[in-house]
Design a protein around this ligand. Structure first.
Ligand SMILES: [Mg+2]
Length: 316
């Protein structure tokens, strides 16, 4: 990439990222300047501000490309702001999980990022909208919604994987698996006790594959329901998911659709969108097809387990 007509909006979440990742972002910024690009750095103040910056970039005729430096939440807000604009988006992952970036085959390795940028290959990314709130990756209903709520209540700035340990243990201790009703494309597919995931990418936290058939640009949402009324059943689902044995199991419902409706008779069901607290039930999810063009490696393979583990150790 080097057609230096316009400028690059370089949107940075200063709160996200360990020191090593901040260094990668700085090197990438310098690389762009060395290549002759005018780089306008925007430091974000809040998630609302992230979306405002991206919306501004979306309508700025002088802006050719948007670079986002941040975690999944920051990337989501930029994608939301750019929706339908045709602007190309380059992601420099610097969060704790970087679920979307990993699914796109991007890593936080400086040289690999430069290679992806120079190749100039992009793919269209679909977005999800849950009660009007945008998400890029996964919406969770129930168990993980509780965990995310607990983590976010304690959050102050950058979080590490250790921040999840206590919330996971507390949620496991207290969770009572309320009933969830799931309607996919106007057909009720589930109405019982369970845990539900809806999304657009195959991998969940730590690379666990829940929505194993998901493709981020196929115009479809993937829905996975774990029928589950007890801690023992939950552990069974979890173990099978880690071992990639959950596909086709009789207590798992898996489908693809364009819209999903989720509700519960219980008032205690929490939701999460891309790792942040989500809207209250009932939730209507719709797909926004081909919302943003993102730079991806041509091969487009999600990062291998070895690379993920290396990344994990770099973060803490
Ligand atoms: Mg999809």
């Amino acid at each position: 990439m080097g057609s230096n007509k316009g400028h690059i909006e370089f949107i940075v979440n200063p709160k996200s990222g360990a020191i090593l990742k901040k260094r990668t972002a700085r090197k990438f910024e310098n690389y762009l300047r060395d290549k002759g690009w005018e780089v306008l750095v925007r430091r974000t103040k809040s998630m609302v501000h992230v979306c405002e910056l991206a919306t501004k970039a979306a309508t700025d005729a002088e802006c050719d490309i948007v670079v986002v430096v941040g975690g999944d939440g920051t990337v989501r807000e930029v994608a939301h702001g750019l929706e339908g604009s045709g602007k190309k988006l380059m992601i420099v992952p610097s969060g704790t999980e970087n679920l979307l970036a990993t699914e796109l085959g991007l890593s936080d390795d400086y040289r690999k990022l430069v290679r992806v940028f120079e190749a100039g290959f992009t793919r269209e990314l679909d977005l999800g909208s849950a009660n009007g709130r945008c998400f890029t990756s996964i919406a969770g209903f129930g168990f993980d919604g509780d965990i995310v709520k607990k983590v976010s209540e304690k959050r102050s700035g950058h979080i590490t994987h250790l921040d999840y340990v206590q919330p996971i243990l507390e949620t496991f201790r207290d969770y009572d698996f309320p009933t969830l009703k799931v309607v996919a494309d106007d057909e009720e597919i589930f109405n019982a006790r369970g845990v539900v995931f809806v999304g657009n990418i195959s991998r969940y936290a730590r690379g666990i594959q829940i929505l194993h058939q998901a493709d981020y640009g196929d115009g479809l949402l993937d829905v996975c329901v774990y029928k589950c009324a007890s801690k023992v059943e939950f552990i069974k689902h979890f173990a099978r998911t880690v071992l990639k044995l959950n596909a086709g199991a009789e207590d798992v419902i898996y489908t693809q659709c364009k819209k999903v409706y989720i509700n519960s008779p219980s008032e205690n069901v929490r939701t999460e969108l891309d790792g942040d607290p989500g809207p209250s039930l009932p939730v209507k999810i719709e797909l926004i097809p081909q919302a943003v063009s993102v730079f991806v490696p041509r091969a487009g393979k999600a990062a291998r387990l070895g690379d993920r583990i290396k990344q994990m150790f770099k973060q803490e």
